[in-house]
Design a protein around this ligand. Structure first.
Ligand SMILES: Cc1ncc(COP(=O)(O)O)c(C=O)c1O
Length: 470
């Protein structure tokens, strides 16, 4: 397929290459071509699904030689991207993307993300980026308020839930150490059986171990945590407990109030991983499920998931930011200047990072443009769809609902099917560009899973997908 210049990938072009940091006629043309492509992508409504996986040899054939000593005409390179690379990506923001955790960035947020990319904002410190940090902090404040955290709570935006969980649990471990509890022993963190894989990775990276709390219905509860601590031979080595406000596979919200109470009694750091489900704080129909989150010492939510922000954006909030600051602040002579005025807020002080893009700003812009109510409605749309889908599954004799959805993930089985049949069904749906809905597993059994997030995913699409299981 020809690119915007009409060139075919690999086709020879005149060798003029634009200057890197000034604007000449070729740069002007490059600006027009790239923005035209970006505009067309922004205008897609709906975004088509496309196909992801490709033979690396096929991709190699069109890209090899592009990264060479001499440059290439920008339209030629863009042509390779638009004709070969971009279509080899499944669009996570298509309303037909129903696997893993989808994305659905608002057009406003996508647009503003482009602006931020062009602005080279160094989001480390107040000194460098007070305006950007101020606006990001307004968004963190909004989220902290919804969680019921105190006015002194605060944090920063990081790249994702994994980065947020890691940064928070570093603080938890340090707080445990400072209490002087498990000298010389490995620290442990109590987790539910459904804690996200990034929590387990974090523990490995931080040389901590998991105390896995067995749970009825896969839900971590205060009673379960209490029993696990009572039965444990070494409770003084437990630094923290992680509860999940929306497990990835099933959308289960843990018993936050119960876990918070035990954490308080025993003196554990209470971290809430809301990377997927934290957005439900904005949905009145399920807000009660989050009761107890107001006691969190740290809390993560990924706006790049259910708060309609572009990748990559996670909000990390601490009840007591000074604890995080005491752990994460980097000490270097050239950085002293950013710490001259203690009242100034430096995002670098609240996670393991230094350089960072102002990734909270696209969300800030979109929230300001659309209003919080639009977010509430869009989140509720996915919840309604999940409830209607559960009812539809119950009504079909060849299907079985695995559990009532807490949030907008629906797990179900096709009676009589084995793994291979789920895979064939999913492959065919992707091949036909109907939906991306890879199977998952539940208690060792392959099952089907809807992850709803895009407010334009329709019940008609759900029925079409279910009809193909009959
Ligand atoms: C509950 C939960 N925690 C953490 C993560 C990791 O987030 P990220 O992929 O943004 O690093 C996810 C991702 O799906 C998640 O669902």
């Amino acid at each position: 397929m020809a690119g915007p210049s009409g060139l075919l990938p690999g086709q020879a072009t005149e060798s003029y290459v634009p200057p890197m940091h000034t604007v000449d006629a070729t740069t002007e043309q490059m600006i027009r071509s790239v923005l035209a492509y970006a505009e067309n992508r922004l205008r897609l409504d709906p975004v088509p699904l496309d196909h992801g996986s490709r033979d690396p040899a096929e991709l190699d054939a069109v890209t090899s030689g592009l990264l060479s000593e001499e440059g290439h005409n920008p339209d030629q390179v863009l042509g390779v991207y638009t004709s070969m690379l971009a279509p080899a990506v499944i669009s996570a923001d298509s309303p037909r993307f129903l696997g893993f955790i989808p994305a659905a960035p608002s057009k406003a947020a996508l647009l503003f993300d482009m602006l931020i990319s062009c602005a080279s904002i160094q989001g480390i410190s107040w000194l460098e980026a007070a305006g950007a940090v101020h606006a990001e902090n307004q968004v963190l404040r909004l989220i902290a308020d919804r969680a019921g955290l105190p006015g002194s709570a605060g944090g920063c935006f990081v790249s994702g839930g994994s980065a947020g969980n890691l940064s928070a649990l570093v603080v938890a471990r340090e707080m445990g150490k400072r209490k002087g509890n498990a000298d010389g022993r490995r620290w442990r963190v109590a987790v539910g059986t459904e804690a996200h894989s990034s929590i387990i990775n974090t523990l490995r990276i931080l040389e901590m171990d998991a105390l896995t709390v067995q749970a009825d219905d896969h839900r971590l509860t205060g009673a379960g945590l209490h029993a696990a601590i009572d039965a444990d031979g070494d409770p003084s080595s437990i630094a923290a407990v992680v509860a999940t406000s929306g497990t990835t596979n099933a959308g289960i919200v843990d018993d936050l109030a119960g876990v918070a109470a035990v954490a308080r009694d025993v003196g554990l750091w209470f971290h809430v991983d809301g990377a997927y489900g934290g957005a439900g704080l904005f949905a009145p129909s399920i807000r009660h499920k989050y009761d107890g989150i107001e006691h969190a010492d740290s809390f993560v939510v990924d706006p790049h998931k259910w708060m309609f922000a572009p990748f990559d954006c996670a909000a990390l909030v601490y009840r007591d930011p000074s604890a995080a600051r005491s752990v994460h602040t980097q000490d270097a002579s050239y950085l002293d200047v950013i710490h001259d005025k203690p009242a100034e807020w430096n995002p670098t002080d609240y996670a393991y990072h230094l350089t960072r893009r102002a990734r909270g700003l696209p969300l800030w812009f979109s929230l300001a443009v659309h209003g919080v109510k639009a977010y509430t409605n869009a989140i509720e749309a996915a919840l309604t769809l999940a409830r209607e889908t559960a009812a539809e599954i119950r009504a079909r004799p060849y299907l079985e609902l695995i559990r009532e959805p807490d949030l907008a993930v629906v797990l179900f089985r096709r009676l009589g099917w084995v793994s291979q049949q789920y895979r064939q069904w999913a492959d065919q749906l992707l091949h036909d560009q109907v939906a991306f809905i890879p199977p998952s597993a539940w208690e060792g059994e392959t099952v089907a899973r809807f992850a709803f997030l895009h407010p334009h995913t329709s019940m008609d699409l759900v029925r079409e997908i279910l009809n193909r299981m009959a």
